[in-house]
Design a protein around this ligand. Structure first.
Ligand code: SAM
Length: 161
């Protein structure tokens, strides 16, 4: 907590926060946008809702979501998102890049997602003349002591200008 709290600072300017469906936003005058959408997982274990439901609930104080009372950790229902399905993901990324065509795009992605990095970069090039990808190896650890799952992946930061 100490480490995380140290990155919080006041720059003296006014900021706003919005929690909304990105496809319903009409963003204007945004210099740079950081995007970290879900991706079609190779296995269900990478589902963000399965791992991070607590943060998803906390971000809206559990208002307007349905808690699955029968689950041990009180998960919330996974809302539909086109990013999570092979049939709809490519179109969703295309629409996303179109929405932010006037901003610098910084996209967080992973080698275990669909579509793959080449396809995603090609999509981004439809809207940006300069696309650069930065890559880092990463090892995930999921689960408890007796059942830890590990996955070796590459994390990407894809920047489009
Ligand atoms: C991989 S998680 C991002 C995690 C976040 N960057 C963090 O570090 O905590 C993907 C996020 O995309 C959000 N999301 C999915 N579909 C969305 C949509 N159509 N509009 C806005 N957000 C969406 C999910 O609610 C989830 O918070």
């Amino acid at each position: 907590m100490e480490a995380f709290n140290k990155v919080v600072f006041d720059n003296g300017r006014r900021h706003t926060v919005k929690r909304a469906d990105v496809f319903k936003l009409k963003p204007k005058g945004i210099d740079l946008v950081y995007l970290d959408p879900p991706y079609v997982p190779r296995s269900d274990d990478n589902c963000y809702m399965k791992r991070y439901h607590f943060l998803e609930g906390l971000s809206c104080y559990w208002q307007g979501v349905r808690i699955m009372e029968q689950t041990r950790v009180k998960k919330i229902e996974k809302p539909y998102t086109p990013f999570s399905y092979r049939k709809t993901a490519i179109k969703a990324f295309d629409r996303l890049f179109d929405i932010f065509r006037d901003s610098i795009v910084v996209l967080s992605y992973s080698s275990n997602g669909f579509p793959d990095r080449d396809e995603l970069e090609a999509l981004l090039r439809r809207y940006k003349t300069n696309v650069t990808a930065y890559e880092r190896p990463h090892r995930y650890h999921f689960g408890t002591h007796d059942r830890v799952e590990r996955a070796e992946v590459h994390e990407y930061l894809i920047v489009g200008r």
